[in-house]
Design a protein. Structure first.
Length: 581
């Protein structure tokens, strides 16, 4: 080591303590600062031609280091990490050079003590020229700024991570509460409540979950037997449960009648019409005017091919129960078959009037009854009436029957499209196949999930009538059904569809599928402005209000919708969500 480095009078020593650079000092001053403990033996020092080194590692300071260690024994060296708490901060000229030591953020300045803080800072290019030897000041400054940037990034990263952890924990707790394991009693109560609301799929699911926990008691099985027969196709199991009721004493008349009705439906489903008829006679013995029993008896007559008897029975039921869409529909089918088999079209004009009056009252089976209307006009040879009813048919949302509650004690499956699709085929064969007739045929095929065949008819219809609004709306409905929503939206924006209410309903449904609340509000508000009793529009606006957390408005739309259509399932489900969640 040369004399300049060991000379105790030259100010050529810098000290790095707690990210501050102090000095320059003479060797003697450094020793005094160590002795007075203004600096620590684990602080770093350097001279112009050297690198930063710990004081405890430099031989010039070994004696003083050994002395300090002896004083602090038996404590570990970690207790000697105290840095200067107070000192006088002064600027020095800029230094050139580099340093590979990573700095930590500089603490606030304080003005006490006898040491000078020479932590490097950037000087203006116009500042005074450096007159001292290089101590690596510019390199220290760059590293300090780099460390500050890293600290800033790390702070935001930690904040983001904390937010994500809190969010994850919240969602986890919410999901855990949502997926809370319900007890047997809770599940059974839920199953029966859903059954009474008409939410049969949910009812069956809750019942199945309860059954996995333990064997349902006899009373619960009796209450759920109609759901098993109607929804789970467990006609034999449901029938046996209900038959056990008939052998019990103390059952009320209504309970006995309901058991008979459930057993009769199970026999109809199994094709045993004679046995079903005998059971229904017993039910009518207890309640001669029971609507479900009378409907089932008329359905059996229709299934047996006794169309005159079925037509008469359905007509009597419909006259006494003018709100029964099932009675009107049964009479319509029986009348069509009677007119075809007897070659007697005289019964059709009255049917046409009844259907027009009935479809104005409810949306339940409206599309199916409109198809019957088209077929009746076809049998009558009334081309104008047929064309008008075709337009009426195409101007409705397809697949709406699934949105209505069906009675558990009536074999309602005779309304399904599997039985109606044959009428579409006959209409298509008897009429000149124009684009709208092809669109009608396509909808019938969509209803029985023959989407490939439906697409073929639609392609022909689109080629022949590319601007026909009813062809376009049918194509949009088809695209929405098969999940091609962007293509459906493209068609729905065409000006030819601007006057069709069904266009806004279809747009609203797509908006709800995409969870687009604003879009759904615009679409359903447009329908509501034209028909403030439209159940689909009221449900859509209720859904919008629910998503905006306006439960009062949502309940208002639900109440208005159920006054118009008390059997509309989406409204019933939304009401259940508002009341129980």
């Amino acid at each position: 080591m040369n004399d300049e480095r060991v000379n105790g009078t030259n100010k050529n020593w810098l000290i790095k303590s707690s990210a501050r650079i102090l000095g320059p000092f003479t060797l003697n001053e450094v020793v005094e600062n160590i002795k007075s403990k203004q600096i620590s033996i684990i602080d770093e020092v350097r001279q112009p031609d050297g690198r930063w080194s710990y004081i405890r590692e430099i031989s010039l300071f070994m004696d003083i280091v050994r002395s300090i260690r002896e004083e602090q024994d038996p404590y570990s060296e970690k207790t000697m990490t105290q840095s200067l708490a107070h000192h006088t901060m002064t600027k020095t000229d800029s230094f050139s050079g580099s340093d590979d030591i990573t700095l930590t953020p500089v603490p606030p300045e304080v003005n006490s003590g006898s040491l000078k803080d020479v932590t490097p800072v950037f000087e203006s290019p116009m500042g005074a020229a450096s007159t001292a030897k290089s101590y690596g000041a510019s390199g220290d400054t760059r590293l300090k700024q780099k460390m500050q940037k890293k600290t800033h990034r790390l702070r935001w990263a930690l904040l983001s991570l904390t937010f994500l952890v809190i969010l994850g924990v919240g969602l986890s707790l919410l999901q855990k509460d949502k997926n809370r394991v319900m007890s047997y009693d809770e599940l059974m109560a839920q199953a029966i409540r859903y059954k009474n609301l008409g939410l049969y799929e949910k009812s069956l699911l809750s019942y199945q979950r309860a059954s996995k926990l333990k064997q349902p008691d006899a009373e619960s099985q009796v209450q759920m037997a109609p759901v098993l027969i109607s929804e789970d196709r467990q006609s034999l199991q449901g029938r046996r449960i209900l038959e056990s009721v008939l052998g019990q004493t103390g059952r009320s008349r209504s309970e006995t009648v309901e058991a008979y009705l459930g057993i009769a439906v199970s026999y109809i489903m199994d094709g045993d019409l004679k046995q079903a008829e005998d059971i229904l006679q017993k039910a009518l013995g207890h309640e001669p005017y029971n609507l479900s029993a009378l409907l089932n008896m008329a359905i059996i007559q229709h299934k047996k091919g006794n169309y005159a008897g079925a037509m008469r029975d359905f007509d009597l039921i419909q006259r006494k129960n003018p709100q029964s869409a099932l009675a009107l529909f049964g009479k319509a089918l029986a009348t069509l078959e009677y007119a075809k088999t007897r070659m007697d079209s005289s019964v059709l004009p009255a049917l046409v009037r009844d259907i027009k009056a009935g479809t104005a009252k409810t949306g339940y089976l409206r599309q199916e009854l409109t198809l019957v209307l088209v077929y009746a006009y076809s049998l009558l040879g009334d081309i104008d009436g047929l064309n008008q009813s075709v337009v009426q048919f195409l101007n409705q949302m397809p697949g709406q029957t699934k949105n209505y509650v069906h009675p558990l004690h009536v074999e309602w499956r005779f309304t399904q499209w599997d039985y109606l699709e044959k009428y579409c085929g006959e209409i298509y064969q008897k009429q000149v196949p124009n684009p709208e007739i092809k669109a009608l045929r396509a909808i019938c095929l969509m209803e029985v999930n023959r989407d490939v065949d439906s697409s073929k008819y639609l392609q022909e219809a689109m080629a022949e009538g590319p601007k026909d609004p009813y062809v376009l709306i049918t194509q949009a409905a088809y695209l929405a059904k098969v999940g091609r929503l962007p293509e459906a939206n493209t068609i729905l924006k065409m000006p030819e569809l601007s006057t069709l209410m069904v266009k806004s309903l279809l747009v609203g449904d797509i908006c709800m599928s995409n969870q687009d609340v604003s879009c759904a509000q615009r679409a359903f508000s447009q329908v509501y402005s034209q028909d403030n009793q439209n159940a689909s529009a009221l449900f859509g606006l209720g859904w919008v209000a629910m998503n905006k957390n306006d439960r009062v408005a949502a309940y208002g739309y639900v109440r208005a919708g159920l006054q118009s259509e008390p059997l509309y399932l989406p409204l019933l489900e939304l009401r259940d969500q508002l009341e129980y969640e």
